[in-house]
Design a protein around this ligand. Structure first.
Ligand SMILES: [Zn+2]
Length: 441
């Protein structure tokens, strides 16, 4: 299966009459339609985009094979800035008993201790990457649980995966541990060594409102500054308005005059604070230059879950207000088939469709398109997420001609091109996970 379109197996061919969200093009092409799509022709040459011109401007030479897309939407490969490849797919042996955040923490901790040997972690990571690859993702940042003996097990596995997938999916990893572990010098030495040996010059933690949080943040910021690491935090993943670690991270970034990039994920409680407090925090986040990633599917699943009570809150952060304040915002997958989220397939098209509903990323939709492409690429320091002359012909062809058509169906018939050639677009069968202990349903 390689999608709806039959693509010429030619080194040079033309794609005619494609619609691309204007913010995902590196060049101006004149006319855009009322939804914000540029209507263009593309010439593919030797795996790259050779030229881009307004539709019908006479781009393609007569010899090149051509495929008329009839105004269908073409996208760059997705950039998924927040995932957990090491946790993925453990659900059959580690189901969340009540769907709450607390039970997710406990269930994962028990499964990690019992089952996360190198082979188990590698098999599940590989499975997740094959899903993401089939769906058309070109770059992923994963968090790696870095606690006790797990740290030394998982990081070499990650480094091996990064090498195996080089050229197909660009991989980054950030260590994940409760921020108060920053006070444990042996722990921090080991994390530093693992990041140095196997990591992505990225450091991170989960910032619960622990005692001496500001001091713990100082330790993390000092280490990152000393080693030239970027930072990535799990922040305030709760409805409790007293969770204000986001403003503390922003303040720490300003106090340390931190020069690297900082990505903060979740920030759910920001939406539950009063208008004044929220506005103060957002101003601080903008001034500190933090990038914010919302994880709408996971938030909808975990937040506001109480037995016997219908959820009233969607669980997501104040993403519109952050964007309006000039903060770089994005959405991402987060967990897949683990106690933090029972579903998911590292399919960013699903994240976009769900995100559009949960976060109202529409009316209009085009200004939010960068949240799955260019914005996460910039937050990850990658030259990706936009199409234009000279860029690799890595892209997704859909049959949808408008945002309503794009979001109404799962786009399972999309054609994913890598270096101009269609790739197998079928995700792996779950039965392939059966060789992992306890993952047979
Ligand atoms: Zn996460």
């Amino acid at each position: 299966m390689s999608g709806f379109y039959s693509i010429a197996r030619a080194p040079r061919y033309a794609l005619l009459d494609a619609k691309i969200p204007r913010s995902l093009l590196t060049i101006e092409t004149g006319q855009v339609d009322r939804e914000g799509f540029a209507r263009i022709d593309l010439l593919i040459e030797a795996g790259r985009i050779g030229a881009v011109a307004p539709c019908g401007a006479g781009l393609a030479d007569a010899q090149a094979p051509r495929l008329a897309l009839g105004g269908a939407i073409v996208l760059p490969l997705f950039v998924d800035a927040h995932t957990h490849l090491d946790k993925g797919h453990i659900w059959p042996r580690a189901a969340n008993p009540d769907g709450t955040f607390g039970a997710a923490l406990d269930t994962v901790a028990a499964d990690r201790l019992a089952n996360w040997g190198a082979r188990d972690v590698a098999a599940r990571m590989e499975f997740g990457l094959r899903c993401a690859y089939a769906h058309g993702t070109g770059a992923i940042r994963t968090h790696i649980d870095s606690l006790g003996p797990q740290t030394a097990i998982s990081w070499p596995v990650f480094a091996e995966m990064r090498e195996r997938w080089r050229g197909r999916i660009a991989l980054q990893a950030s260590p994940l541990f409760r921020v108060d572990f920053a006070f444990d010098e042996a722990h921090m030495r080991e994390v530093e060594a693992m990041v140095e040996a196997h990591g992505s010059r990225l450091l991170g933690a989960v910032t619960y409102m622990v005692p001496r949080l500001a001091e713990a943040l100082d330790i993390v910021f000092r280490l990152a500054a000393r080693r030239g690491f970027d930072l990535d935090f799990h922040v305030d993943e709760t409805a409790d308005p007293a969770a204000v670690s986001l403003s503390m991270i922003a303040q720490a970034a300003l106090d340390h005059r931190f020069a690297g990039r900082i990505l903060v994920g979740h920030c759910c409680s920001l939406a539950m604070q009063g208008e004044e407090s929220m506005k103060r925090t957002i101003d601080l986040v903008a001034r500190a230059g933090l990038d914010v990633v919302s994880l709408p599917m996971c938030n909808l699943y975990l937040q506001d879950r109480r037995e016997g009570v219908t959820p009233r809150w969607r669980g997501v952060t104040a993403l519109h207000e952050l964007k309006a304040a000039g903060v770089r915002v994005m959405i991402a997958s987060d967990n897949t088939r683990d106690p933090f989220y029972a579903y998911g397939d590292l399919d960013m098209m699903e994240v976009w469709r769900e995100g559009a509903r949960i976060l109202h990323l529409d009316c209009p939709a085009e200004p939010w398109a960068s949240a799955l492409f260019a914005a996460p690429a910039q937050a990850m320091g990658l030259d990706a997420g936009r199409l234009g002359p000279g860029a690799p012909a890595d892209m997704i062809l859909t049959r949808a001609r408008s945002f309503t058509e794009l979001f109404a169906r799962p786009q399972e018939d999309r054609t994913v091109l890598r270096a101009g050639a269609p790739v197998d677009a079928a995700p792996p069968a779950y039965a392939e996970l059966d060789r992992c202990e306890g993952l047979h349903p």
